[in-house]
Design a protein around this ligand. Structure first.
Ligand code: SF4
Length: 302
């Protein structure tokens, strides 16, 4: 088991299983099949988990729980759909309240067949997941070594799914800072983001084919508004935010003034703007936990 560089932690969620697959997951984790002997640890906390085991199909009731657990897991992470219900919805797929398998709402990396899935198959699935996890970790490490190939350019609507996934990773960090998981960027849907593309300009930072940062902007009168400056947490403190903001400013050559806002504790978002000369000019209380700090900058030479 040399691939186990560290103990992978798993979290299990029963979406709407008949409990058949759950019993087999529990059997895999407990002493009869004992996947813990391989170093795998079961946790109840998504923030500690690397591998997400889901049983049962997704419906309107549990959709937000599946998405929420997934979003709270740190990167990199792997999803395993266990049993035919989690794969496709099985015989329930045409029920009025069933949306389908897990991959209707989050990306799935490993599919474990069976009804119920057998513990041997579940353990195989977990081992496959560990391999994928290691590859994802290696990919992120490799990207860090390719920073000199970074490209900052206009994003297109086809980038929406990748930017939305990145937005959820970054704003999950924000939510932890403010202990408030109701942030609007965490609730944004793909259709909604596609609409944003029709009304706003998106700039992206790309390394090795992967989007690691983004910002969006739009103009009102002589003011260009910049919003949702996001950089993958693995790539903070590398000046990527500053480059994104600079590129966005260049996209609005007629703007006389630039404006943005961020949370009062979001120093990693505020820093790139302040480096480029943005100054706070207004503060607004949003809730008991959050205040919005507005920043502005006038274009030099106009
Ligand atoms: S795949 Fe079979 S055993 Fe598993 S949850 Fe669905 S119906 Fe139950």
């Amino acid at each position: 088991m040399s691939m186990f560089k560290r103990s992978p932690w798993v979290i299990h969620y029963d979406a709407s299983s008949c409990n058949g697959c759950d019993i087999e997951v529990v059997a895999s984790l407990t002493p009869v099949y004992d996947v813990e002997r391989l170093g795998v640890i079961n946790t109840g906390n998504p923030k500690h988990a690397d591998i997400f085991l889901v049983t049962g199909s997704v419906n309107e009731q549990n959709r937000s729980v599946v998405e929420n657990l997934f979003e709270q897991m740190p990167e990199p992470k792997v999803v395993v759909a266990i049993g035919i219900c989690a794969i496709s919805g099985c015989v329930f797929r045409e029920c009025y309240n069933v949306m389908g398998g897990v991959d209707t709402v989050i990306p799935v990396d490993v599919y474990v067949q069976g009804c119920a899935a057998r513990p041997e198959s579940i353990i195989d699935g977990i081992l496959l997941a560990v391999g994928i996890l290691e590859r994802k970790r290696a990919f992120l490490r490799a990207l860090k070594g390719k920073m000199d190939t970074m490209v900052i350019e206009r994003a297109v609507v086809e980038d929406a799914p990748e930017i939305l996934a990145l937005q959820k990773i970054v704003y999950n960090n924000e939510a932890e800072i403010y202990n408030d998981f109701s942030l609007t960027p965490l609730r944004q849907t793909l259709p909604d983001m596609r609409e944003d593309f029709a009304a706003k300009i998106f700039i992206k930072a790309v390394v090795g084919g992967k989007i690691i940062g983004s910002v969006r902007g739009w103009v009102e009168g002589s003011t260009a508004h910049l919003g949702r400056l996001i950089v993958h947490p693995h790539f903070w403190k590398k000046g990527i935010g500053t480059k994104l903001v600079r590129e966005m400013e260049a996209a609005f050559p007629q703007a006389r003034r630039f404006e943005t806002f961020t949370g009062q504790k979001s120093t990693h978002t505020m820093e790139p703007y302040q480096k480029l000369g943005y100054l706070p000019f207004r503060q607004e209380k949003i809730s008991e936990l959050r205040e919005r700090v507005y920043l502005e900058k006038n274009r030099r030479g106009l």
